[in-house]
Unconditional design. Structure first.
Lengths: 148, 457
């Protein structure tokens, strides 16, 4: 998964760790700023990454997130150990959520997570095995917009 | 020379390199090199945290000296609501205005009514707004600069309505010029400021436009002289002016002061630049979308906490609340005419003329491939560091130091934790070199003698 010609970084996300949730997406955002990615792409990436991170925190035990960055594209791959998704098509619908009442009270579980990732990413792949976990691969094309 | 003006200067003679400023700087814009602090101008957002932190008073804000007044034919003082917060209900706003005239200004203008007017205008613009939420207040110049530098993607969410100080100065210049038969540039408008950031917003507006204010005088500079000037003020000299004091605008000096004047469902008041950074990070991740308006001040508790104020910020916060209470009790509550505001709003009277552009930090390299390589290198350097952010190297954090190393501004041995390791490595290399040269030259060392003896026996 690590590539040679670009930057690869590995992050760990812990499930149920609400107080630290969002740190990984903030770090990734800072890396993208430092290399000078277009602010609009950074914002899309930050939103997608945060939604993915929150899904892990809310549902899974843990996850590995790998960021791969080359001059052409950025890939974020998140592989979690968790319950998996029973019906991916349903989970991709806006407004569908299996969040508990507590999660909703904290402002999550509006059923926007996966569709929001899909909307912000250039390509989005999702695979899941029930009882084992879920893999997301989110990519952003960096060549499309001019650099600032 | 940098393209960005700053009104913070470090006095190299007073600076002892004690690094307090470097540690409090929210944008990591300070480095200590050769025992002296220096500011990286592109990163500085003029928050003034370093001024307060410096134990030696070596960092000073360059506001205008009082003598600037002589440059103009007619001068007007525009006290920030933060000035009233220094005095509270004991000295009413209009007495302060009268006192300022005694100090040598030809006129003084209380901003509270304009603040109230702008509150209404903000309400109008929030109603028309259809972009991503929340809208972020532009009252604090440091917040606007923070967005330009660190959160360029939020730039379209910054409120496009001009600040009361600018609108009032523009109006006053026009009015006074007509009244007195002078040119607008002969009228000097001076803002009495609670912080150095307002000074910069006058000299170099973030929106690249032109400020209607001619200068800023610090509240801490004017406080003493004003106190003595107030002694000569008679009550009937200012009583009638009290009618123009607007309690809606009085609260603009404190955090939450704008929100309380807006009739909207969800608004948020944040103060303290570190807190703002957390909130802006959340906004960038797509959180807080249900909040309509965010009022953010770089200083704790709002402008009352500015680095150029005199009174303790919690006390002055309370003084504003008590002042509003008193004014309400005395039934002094001038209010801008909402129909008038709506009409002017439709005529674009309140909108900022210039456009706010991002000023993102320079990437590690202009070439993306090279920048990515450098970022990788930075991570490698960072992994060799102790990650305790001690700051002894003169950079504010190990991450910042790693960047300074790859950009060639520091060397890795500047890290005191790397020095012993580096020393060990060098001494190892040195001793192996020594051994080699000894072996080649065939000199008998004590060790080799022993070995030969052993061999014989």
């Amino acid at each position: 998964m690590f590539c040679d010609d670009g930057l690869s970084q590995h992050f760990q996300i812990r499930g149920k760790d609400f107080s630290r949730a969002g740190r990984v997406s903030t770090t990734i955002k800072e890396i993208l700023q430092e290399v000078g990615i277009d602010p609009i792409i950074i914002r899309r990436a930050a939103i997608a990454c945060y939604e993915a991170e929150m899904n892990v925190v809310m549902y899974a035990q843990r996850a590995d997130l790998i960021l791969n960055l080359t001059p052409d594209e950025m890939t974020i791959r998140i592989e979690d150990e968790g319950p998996g998704i029973e019906d991916i098509d349903k989970a991709m619908q806006e407004g569908f959520s299996t969040a508990t009442d507590e999660m909703r009270e904290m402002g999550f579980g509006a059923g926007m997570g996966l569709p929001n990732i899909n909307r912000n990413a250039d390509t989005f792949w999702i695979g899941s095995i029930l009882g084992k976990g879920t893999v997301l691969i989110i990519t952003f094309n960096l060549k499309q917009a001019g650099r600032t | 020379m940098s393209q960005y003006l700053h009104f913070l200067k470090i006095d190299a003679e007073k600076c002892e390199g004690r690094m307090k400023c470097m540690r409090v700087c929210p944008t990591e814009a300070i480095r200590v090199r050769d025992g002296k602090a220096r500011i990286i101008e592109e990163k500085c957002v003029d928050c003034g945290e370093c001024i307060t932190a410096c134990p030696n008073g070596a960092i000073v804000a360059l506001t205008d000296p009082f003598g600037e007044l002589t440059r103009f034919r007619h001068t007007v003082a525009l006290p920030s609501p933060g000035l009233h917060a220094q005095f509270g209900k004991e000295i009413l706003p209009q007495k302060i205005v009268a006192g300022l005239k005694n100090l040598g200004f030809d006129d003084a203008f209380d901003l509270s009514l304009t603040c109230g007017e702008v509150s209404f205008a903000i309400q109008e613009s929030l109603r028309d707004y259809t972009g991503p939420k929340p809208v972020i207040s532009n009252a604090c110049p440091t917040v606007v600069r923070l967005i330009q530098v660190k959160y360029p993607s939020l730039i379209d969410q910054v409120l496009p309505i001009d600040t009361p100080r600018e609108l009032a100065a523009r109006e006053l210049k026009k009015k006074k010029a007509k009244q007195l038969g002078l040119k607008e540039k002969e009228i000097g408008t001076f803002y009495l400021t609670p912080c150095p950031a307002k000074m910069i917003s006058i000299r170099q507006p973030a929106e690249k436009g032109h400020s209607s204010l001619d200068g800023a005088i610090s509240i801490s500079d004017i406080y003493g002289p004003l106190l003595s000037a107030l002694e000569g003020v008679e009550k009937d000299g200012y009583e009638k002016d009290l009618e123009n004091v607007c309690i809606l605008g009085m609260g603009w000096a404190m955090s939450g002061g704008i929100c309380r004047t807006l009739r909207i469902k969800d608004s948020l008041a944040v103060s303290g630049i570190q807190e703002i950074i957390k909130v802006f990070d959340d906004i960038e991740k797509g959180k807080l979308r249900n909040i309509e308006f965010i009022e953010a001040y770089s200083c704790h508790q709002g402008c009352v906490g500015g680095s150029l104020t005199v009174e303790n910020l919690y006390i002055s916060f309370n003084k504003v609340l008590k002042l509003i209470e008193t004014l309400e009790f005395e039934q002094i509550k001038a209010c801008p005419d909402i129909r008038e505001v709506r009409k002017k709003y439709q005529e674009d009277y309140y909108f900022i003329k210039g456009k706010l552009e991002p000023r993102p930090l320079k990437p590690l390299s202009d070439d993306l491939g090279e920048a990515i390589r450098k970022r990788k290198e930075k991570e490698n350097v960072y992994q060799q560091l102790p990650k305790i952010d001690c700051g002894a190297c003169g950079s504010p954090s190990c991450m910042a130091f790693a960047e300074d190393v790859i950009m060639g501004e520091s060397v890795i041995t500047d890290c005191i934790f790397n020095m012993p390791q580096q020393f060990k490595k060098l001494s190892k290399e040195f001793s192996s070199m020594l051994e080699k040269s000894i072996a080649m030259s065939g000199i008998q060392t004590p060790d080799s003698e022993k070995e030969t003896k052993k061999g014989k026996s």
